[in-house]
Ligand binder design. Structure first.
Ligand code: NAP
Length: 295
């Protein structure tokens, strides 16, 4: 391996320490800690693991954590009612409804009901629109974490060619807008893109957010590129535990790239760090304070 390993775990730990200091300062000034409410509907094991680690990180940062775990029979009306209560609860600065939701619930309606000022996932159309128009907003955590890693690695990215593979509302689209906001030249690829390898070969920055194990091959990577692997895919193993791999064939790509994120230990920890950061930011804005410094 010749590429530098981008250590998302260490960067995330440093950000979480910074957030914890900001939380203590907020508590001193306002008389209560920032609060994050999580809502988990059903028993999806991966979602349960994500929500547990988010709640743990919230407590470790010194924030108030309000965990709502509901059965998978929960109706849309019940969920909208809970979101309404969290919207009007002054102790709650951030609301995170873990996706995916069961079939009887319209996710779009739930997201639209969250108070945009508490939308720490940045999925509400108001926040998505503000990001798209270059206004201050709460930005989705995963792409925000990716941008942080990219800028820490490269400094200014103005004029560089970036290819984002994937166009979801939670990763691909906001990622492309963030890169554009930094004046990169951005291409968004998706399942209908022709000659994806040729496109990726031009990129100084590659962000893969596809959900297909090891789809991006080493021979697609331009020598010296920075590769950010968002994918989390579990492959079966003989011992039944499974093995996590990204959307990039890591060993191959690491022979060509200048820097690359591992899976696990790259983007994943940054997502949680950015959720903590967004909750502190939302708390500041709701309390009428200026934004926390350096985050
Ligand atoms: P998603 O909503 O399923 O979107 C996947 C995107 O990939 C779609 O835009 C799709 O194109 C595109 N795609 C599928 N097959 C393709 C192909 N053969 N060539 C090019 N593009 C293709 O997924 P997501 O929510 O964005 O998540 C993507 C991955 O990131 C998943 O592995 C997920 O687990 C992971 N993830 C990780 C974190 C983290 O914290 N690390 C957070 C969120 C997600 P179309 O639009 O044309 O269908």
């Amino acid at each position: 391996m010749t590429a530098k390993l981008i250590d998302g775990k260490a960067t995330a730990a440093a950000i979480r320490n910074q957030v914890a200091a900001g939380v203590a300062a907020f508590d001193r000034q306002i008389g209560r800690p920032p609060g994050l409410a999580t809502v988990l509907v059903g028993e999806d094991p991966a979602s349960a693991v994500y929500v547990r680690s988010k709640n743990r990180a919230t407590a470790e940062a010194g924030m108030a954590s309000f965990a709502h775990n509901l059965p998978d029979t929960t109706s849309e009306a019940e969920l909208l009612d809970l979101v309404g209560q969290l919207n009007s609860d002054d102790r709650v600065d951030g609301i995170l409804v873990q996706l995916p939701l069961p079939g009887q619930v319209d996710s779009a309606r739930v997201i639209a009901t969250i108070d945009p000022a508490k939308d720490v996932d940045g999925f509400h159309a108001i926040n998505a629109g503000r990001l798209a128009t270059g206004l201050d907003s709460l930005v989705p955590c995963t792409p925000l974490g990716c941008l942080h890693l990219i800028k820490a690695e490269l400094g200014s990215i103005a004029g560089l060619e970036a290819v984002v593979i994937g166009r979801s509302n939670i990763v691909g689209k906001p990622m492309a807008l963030l890169l554009l906001g930094e004046s990169a030249t951005v291409t968004i690829a998706h399942s209908k893109t022709r000659d994806l390898p040729g496109l990726v070969r031009r990129a100084d920055i590659v962000v893969a957010a596809v959900g297909r194990p090891e789809m991006v091959r080493g021979e697609w990577i331009k020598p010296g590129a920075t590769v950010i692997d968002v994918g989390i895919n579990r492959l079966p193993t003989d011992d039944g535990k499974g093995r996590l791999v990204g959307d990039v064939a890591f060993a191959e790509a690491a022979e060509v790239a200048a820097a690359i994120t591992p899976v696990p230990g790259g983007v994943g920890p940054m997502t949680i760090a950015m959720l903590m950061r967004n909750t502190l930011l939302a708390a500041h804005r709701r309390a009428g304070l200026s934004d926390p410094e350096g985050l």
